[in-house]
Design a protein around this ligand. Structure first.
Ligand SMILES: Cc1cc2nc3c(=O)[nH]c(=O)nc-3n(C[C@H](O)[C@H](O)[C@H](O)COP(=O)(O)OP(=O)(O)OC[C@H]3O[C@@H](n4cnc5c(N)ncnc54)[C@H](O)[C@@H]3O)c2cc1C
Length: 472
């Protein structure tokens, strides 16, 4: 699959040739993170607005109103988290998976703070009266039976957020962590709902508002049940089977699967799926991988997978004909709905998977715009699909060039040595209209963050940068 390429091939393709033919695929583009935040905070303030509309509540002083806003918005944020799991296509097609997951993470951190402060904010004014009275009140909040569900939700929430923040440091499998994350979320949601509708003075306005919270909690828990029980049932009716799994470069696999039956499966180049090869559609051991092919190869699709951990290092155990269940496609790392003068593709390591999908799509669409690929790895023998990429750069029908970047290059290497810094980006994307190009960036989280920052420093407009991080 991979072969050594010559010095000439390595140093090829340094100067982009502008060509401004436009290709537009129409479909709504996802929201920017900023727009998403604005909409999100409007949504989580709705319950407080509903509370204000209640006939039974009059103005209770600025401090109580502030605590009410924080408590009700915090509780709504907690329940809305269930819809930002990255699995509900209706939501992630609007937010984008990365933005949705980023929001999920940031909100999780905010929730830890809001939950931690909640009892303290309630007793704080009492410190003005008497500190011993306030401390007694605080102790009461944590010990009296009436607030017990609130106390359990509060304690669990802190453990739950800490587990999420330090999941990589925990000595537990990703699957184990995900199951505990889901179960913990359900327990906290139910306990906190009980607290809000029984004692929570700051969210407890009217009976109909209680029903609103119960309905929201039910919808949130149902979203999780839908993801883990109903969707797998749907996917079990659309099985794929393993066609081949070969080594591509020293660090990656090239996995190909195909539809095992006559059913509809549509995707766009650059999207990803969750693959479950356990044989049981309900099994939680599933992994997200980006599709490295484009729809023209259906019923077959392929993936470039870096051997990193337990699952990805042992893909040679997969047997030809073995069943694979797919949850997807997901994601908005696609050409959809965008108009650009040129296409910049920037891939680090296994990030070349969705980038290859997009490149193949551009080739198969006969796209004549300039396309430039910067592809980085540590060593040259990690580079994959160089024959195919070289054929594209030699093709008369494509205006395509590749630049390789290596941190540990061989002696003969004349490409860019080091990381994807501003020097290489300026060199490859040097046309006067570069701010009218679209920049597709995919790789490990650190690399994506660093390159995105460099592109911002180069004043490439934010809306031109489309990225996918290979991790949540
Ligand atoms: C949207 C997306 C697309 C991806 N596309 C690709 C791709 O095309 N090619 C590729 O090589 N890798 C891709 N990845 C990364 C890939 O999913 C992980 O490398 C893989 O799941 C690691 O599994 P493991 O058991 O071998 O490693 P582990 O050692 O168990 O995990 C290594 C790290 O991978 C992440 N991870 C592990 N399991 C999961 C899981 N079930 N769900 C989410 N993250 C997990 C965690 O951050 C973990 O710390 C993608 C990730 C995401 C989020």
């Amino acid at each position: 699959m991979n072969r050594s390429i010559t010095k000439e091939e390595l140093v090829k393709a340094q100067s982009p040739k502008p060509n401004c033919a436009h290709v537009t695929i129409t479909k709504t583009a996802p929201l920017s993170f900023r727009a998403l935040m604005v909409i999100y905070f409007c949504i989580v303030l709705v319950p407080y607005g509903l509370g204000l509309a209640s006939q039974h509540v009059s103005y209770r002083g600025w401090y109580t109103e502030l605590v009410s806003i924080l408590s009700m918005a915090g509780f709504a944020m907690m329940l809305v988290q269930f819809f930002l799991s990255g699995r509900l296509e209706g939501v992630s097609s609007k937010t984008g998976v990365d933005n949705g997951m980023l929001l999920h993470r940031k909100v999780g951190e905010m929730l830890a703070l809001l939950f931690l402060l909640h009892p303290l904010l309630i007793v704080l004014p009492r410190f003005w009266l008497s500190s011993s009275f306030a401390v007694d009140n605080l102790v009461l909040l944590f010990t009296e039976p009436l607030t017990s569900t609130g106390f359990y939700a509060w304690s669990l929430m802190i453990v739950w957020v800490l587990m999420a923040m330090f999941k990589d440091k925990l000595n537990m499998s990703y699957e184990g962590w995900r199951v505990s994350h889901g179960i913990g979320a359900i327990a906290i949601a139910i306990l906190a709902t009980d607290h809000v509708i029984t004692i929570g003075r700051h969210g407890h306005y009217d009976e109909w508002l209680d029903w609103f919270w119960i309905a929201l909690c039910t919808a949130a828990v149902s979203a999780l049940v839908y993801t883990y029980f109903i969707r797998p049932r749907q996917f079990s009716k659309k099985p794929f089977k393993i066609v081949s799994c070969e080594k591509a470069g020293i660090s990656d696999w090239y996995l190909t699967i195909e539809k095992d039956g006559d059913f509809e499966f549509e995707f766009e180049a650059g999207q990803f799926v969750w693959i479950n090869t356990s044989g049981n559609p309900y099994d939680r051991s599933e992994h997200p991988f980006s599709i490295a092919t484009c729809p023209t190869t259906l019923p077959r699709i392929s993936f470039i997978i870096r051997a990193l951990g337990d699952y990805t290092s042992n893909l040679d155990r997969l047997k030809v004909g073995q069943t694979a269940y797919l949850d997807g496609p997901h994601g908005i790392f696609t050409l959809t709905g965008r108009k650009a003068n040129g296409i910049a593709l920037i891939a680090g390591g296994a990030g070349v998977g969705p980038i290859m999908g997009i490149l193949r799509q551009l080739r198969d669409m006969g796209d004549t715009r300039p396309i430039r690929l910067i592809y980085g790895n540590q060593s040259f023998d990690q580079m994959v699909l160089q024959d195919e990429i070289k054929a594209m750069s030699e093709s008369n029908t494509m205006d395509f060039e590749q630049m390789l970047v290596l941190t540990q290059p061989p002696e003969i290497f004349k490409g860019h040595k080091g990381v994807m810094d501003r020097t290489i980006l300026e060199k490859v994307f040097c046309t006067t209209d570069r701010n009218e190009w679209d920049y597709y960036l995919c790789g490990p989280e650190v690399m994506v963050k660093a390159v995105e920052k460099t592109m911002k420093n180069m004043e490439i407009p934010q809306h031109r940068i489309i990225f996918e991080k290979l991790g949540f």
